[in-house]
Design a protein around this ligand. Structure first.
Ligand code: FEO
Length: 395
């Protein structure tokens, strides 16, 4: 098999899942990778495994380099099954290996795999001597689960960061500078928005910990290895961790017969006339994870819906629930608009859900009976102007 080395004695042994299009609800048009790394020093150490269906491939890749029975350590930086799914298969063969993980990781492995492996629990500052290199452990709790940690190989100066700094991006080239960097950075922002945004408050400390290390490579468990563009990805994480936003509004809406669509377009024009950048997504034709990526740096979000069965169009409601979970940091403004025929109901549902996000709710919502006439379309434009001006003045 193609053997890719990160450094002398450090191999990439993970798998590329080119055809995965849905990663627990996150749309992955280019697929997903499950990176794992093998360190061959005086001791042999596997860093993470891969999703269960790729166990045989992982075993084959390792076996072309070493005898699996000779593995001394399996570092489990994170127990989510995309990284630990093959652990049971590996441990059947790596009979003398110890599993190195955090205390929380041990609890999670026991619950997931119900097997008392030979565990060695580590904490911040603990060091594992591999020979020429030592591995230093850097717990990064909640990036992305309570168990998450990174492992730093000091001789070769490689940080195995697991989910942090990852991207759902597939390529036959492992390193950032061998790929179109704009695409890689875009995928890194989408990954952050959908996987790490809820934990943004913890990101600053993680970046600080990473910056304190002398690093040649950041090797995440998804996507490319950062060899050249580390400064960009660290700076991006730093700003996202502070809830950095820009003069940008995302309009998310859906429509039954086009009336809410015509409102959305007028509102968009009104916002655009203030100089604020606007992006428009109809939920029926858009992916939740793309909308989340655009919300990451947006100062404003507008949610629109026709009234359906005295409530909101279900896909709009689903996006609102997703947004509440993403919990975007920073001062941001949200508003609601749409249409109704008789009893209404969409407005209160949108407003109720928006109140549960971290966004400030705009002074007024804009709901119109049946379909906007000419003067009401002007109201929509004016609503957009007011929303854009408020963004510029107060956010
Ligand atoms: Fe890539 Fe949180 O697992």
């Amino acid at each position: 098999m193609n053997q890719v080395k990160l450094a002398p004695g450090v191999y990439s042994v993970g798998s590329v899942d080119w055809n995965l299009r849905d990663f627990h609800g996150y749309t992955t048009p280019g697929g997903v990778t499950y990176n794992a790394y093998l360190i061959v020093d005086e001791k042999i150490c596997l860093i993470d495994t891969v999703k269960a269906p790729y166990a045989a491939e992982l075993i084959e890749r390792i076996s072309e380099i070493v005898n699996i029975a000779d593995i001394d350590y399996v570092v489990t930086n994170h127990v989510e099954p995309d990284h630990s799914g093959s652990l049971p298969e590996i441990m059947k063969l790596a009979t003398k290996a110890k599993i190195i993980l955090t205390a929380q990781g041990k609890a999670e492995v026991l619950k997931h795999y119900q097997t008392e492996y030979n565990f060695q629990v580590v904490k911040q500052g603990d060091v594992l001597d591999l020979g020429k290199n030592k591995l230093h452990f850097v717990p990064l709790p909640m990036l992305h689960w309570p168990d998450s940690m990174a492992s730093y190989l000091d001789g070769e100066k490689i940080l195995f960061s697991n989910d942090a700094f990852g991207q759902h991006y597939c390529s036959s080239k492992l390193f950032d500078d061998e790929n179109d960097i704009a695409t890689v950075l875009y995928e890194a922002s989408k990954y952050y928005a959908n996987i790490l945004m809820p934990y943004s408050k913890l990101v600053g400390r993680a970046v600080e910990a990473v910056r304190s290390l002398d690093i040649k490579l950041i090797a995440p468990s998804h996507g490319v290895v950062w060899r050249t563009h580390q400064a960009e990805i660290l700076a991006n994480y730093e700003k996202w961790g502070k809830g950095h936003t820009e003069n940008k509004v995302v309009i998310i809406y859906d429509t039954m017969w086009g009336a809410t669509d015509s409102m959305a377009r007028q509102i968009l024009d009104g916002i655009a006339s203030t100089g604020v950048t606007v992006k428009l997504y109809r939920t029926a034709t858009s992916e939740r994870s793309d909308m989340a990526r655009d919300i990451l740096e947006a100062k404003g979000v507008l949610i629109g819906s026709s009234t359906l069965n005295n409530s909101v169009i279900p896909l709009v409601g689903s996006m609102l629930i997703y947004l509440k979970g993403l919990n975007p940091l920073g001062k941001r403004l949200a508003g609601a608009f749409g249409t109704y025929g008789w009893a209404g109901g969409a407005q209160s549902d949108i407003e109720d859900l928006l109140k549960k996000t971290q966004f400030d709710l705009h002074d007024s919502s804009l709901f119109i009976k049946w379909k906007a006439d000419k003067s009401e379309l002007q109201k929509c434009f004016d609503y957009g102007v007011a929303f854009g001006k408020k963004i510029l003045a107060e956010y």
